[in-house]
Design a binder for this molecule. Structure first.
Ligand code: AMP
Ligand code: ZN
Length: 430
């Protein structure tokens, strides 16, 4: 099923022609209207006419999260101040956020990409989508909402409300799909278990769109098993409109990134040099269809690779692999590089392990993994807990090359964040 079959199945040469034309337009516009880019072009000694082929994108400067904070709030607008109709900000932890402005056309276009993405998973106007992401500055609420409305779904804007209310709405309105944080999906599963609700029998949810934070294939499988539904990986970042940047199709084999709207590059994060197709590195994106605030070569910090070859669904937009982490999430422990996802993968592969965990690094690079036990299916006998702990230590050591301390805790004892989960506490940097 397609939302916009023509755009979704453009031939490669057509995509590339369109990308070049849109890139040239974008560069021309920012050179005229955005002093931030004009100055950068002058420093690099380039003019818009230098962009003669797609490969010339490499002549352009990178834009970083720090740049967006420096020009905060309006320094990168390419339209008059009264043109934008919407503001979103990226979930920064400290200091000024990154402010992204949308014109009316940008709002419309973002909804269009979400509509493509949802329909690609089989969503139709008959679906009832419960959007359990926060409504507000975060794009996960409104941008997803507008896209699903466009498809014609009934959208329940439940936001990050209490689990009781989520459940009530889910049952009363027979929600068939949810948009949810993976960490919250696991927490919500425990809540349902506690209430004696079997999601497979007692709920109508058949599809879950899961994103906004890193998660592993093991976590996807767990959510699928618990809810008896299909889980699709959804990637979005405010700088690129939010949800609908890249999304899995029915085949769940990597996320199609909408290349008529974004140029994608994978670079070596240390050198900034492009990597050959298929290699893993940092995703860099350039907007091609943004009116209010075009962004050139945005350093996402997200680590992925392009999946070579065509997808069975017939869409020609290339796919990116599940993220292995963010380059700024990487922990260096006793000289070894570790991504939190490596730890999650091990934890979620154990049946006896529950659904919430936190990684603590402190002192002289001591790694502690605090994880909840499963509420059901584990007897909790002392010798069994000790054996599990030992197995976890060995498996984690084999995966990360660092021997961690593992604390096993009763189900439900770790705190749950309202927004994105905070999985790592690095006390060394406090
Ligand atoms: P925000 O702009 O606040 O929505 O945050 C965007 C960031 O969330 C991205 O740069 C990623 O680091 C992360 N993110 C979003 N979706 C996913 C996903 N499906 N898998 C992993 N990380 C994600
Ligand atoms: Zn596909």
């Amino acid at each position: 099923m397609f939302w916009d079959q023509e755009s979704e199945t453009l031939t490669r040469p057509t995509i590339e022609q369109l990308q070049l034309k849109r890139l040239q337009n974008t560069v021309e516009r920012v050179a005229q209207r955005v002093p931030f880019y004009r100055d950068k072009f002058t420093k690099l000694g380039i003019v818009p006419a230098d962009i003669k082929s797609l490969a010339d994108v490499r002549l352009l400067p990178f834009t970083t999260g720090a740049d967006l904070r420096t020009i905060y709030p309006e320094g990168m607008l390419a339209v008059d101040r009264d043109e934008p109709v919407r503001l979103h900000t990226s979930s920064g932890t400290t200091g000024k956020p990154k402010a992204i402005f949308f014109s009316r056309k940008d709002v419309e276009n973002a909804a269009e990409l979400v509509a493509r993405s949802l329909v690609m998973t089989g969503i139709t106007r008959k679906d009832v989508l419960q959007n359990m992401m926060s409504y507000g500055l975060f794009t996960g609420g409104l941008v997803m909402h507008y896209g699903a409305e466009k498809v014609g779904c009934l959208v329940i804007p439940s936001g990050p409300g209490t689990s009781e209310r989520q459940l009530m709405l889910m049952q009363d309105l027979r929600s068939t799909a949810v948009h949810i944080l993976p960490s919250y999906a696991l927490y919500f599963a425990s809540f349902l278990e506690h209430k004696g609700i079997d999601p497979r029998k007692d709920l109508s949810v058949r599809k879950a769109f899961v994103g906004a934070e890193p998660h592993t294939e093991e976590t996807r499988r767990r959510i699928e098993q618990i809810f008896g539904c299909d889980v699709y990986n959804s990637y979005g970042l405010t700088e690129m409109n939010g949800p609908g940047t890249a999304f899995e199709c029915e085949h769940k084999a990597g996320m199609h990134l909408w290349e008529d709207n974004f140029i994608l590059e994978i670079i070596n994060p240390a050198t900034g040099e492009p990597l050959p197709e298929g290699q893993t590195g940092e995703l860099v994106m350039t907007t091609l269809n943004r009116e209010a605030m075009p962004i050139l070569r945005y350093r996402t910090r997200d680590i992925t690779s392009v999946i070579p070859g065509p997808c069975k669904c017939g869409r020609t937009h290339r796919r990116i692999a599940r993220f292995t982490g963010r380059s700024d999430d990487m922990l260096i422990i006793r000289g070894v590089n570790i991504f939190p996802q490596q730890i999650e993968r091990v934890l979620m592969s154990f049946q006896q392990v529950g659904r919430n965990y936190v990684i603590i690094v402190e002192g002289l690079d001591d790694l502690t993994v605090r994880v909840e036990l499963a509420a059901a299916g584990f007897d909790g006998q002392v010798e069994h807990v000790a054996a599990l702990q030992k197995q976890l230590v060995e498996k984690l050591k084999a995966e990360t090359y660092v021997r961690p301390k593992v604390d096993l805790l009763p189900a439900g004892s770790l705190p749950v964040a309202e927004g994105k989960a905070k999985r790592v506490i690095d006390k060394r940097s406090l």
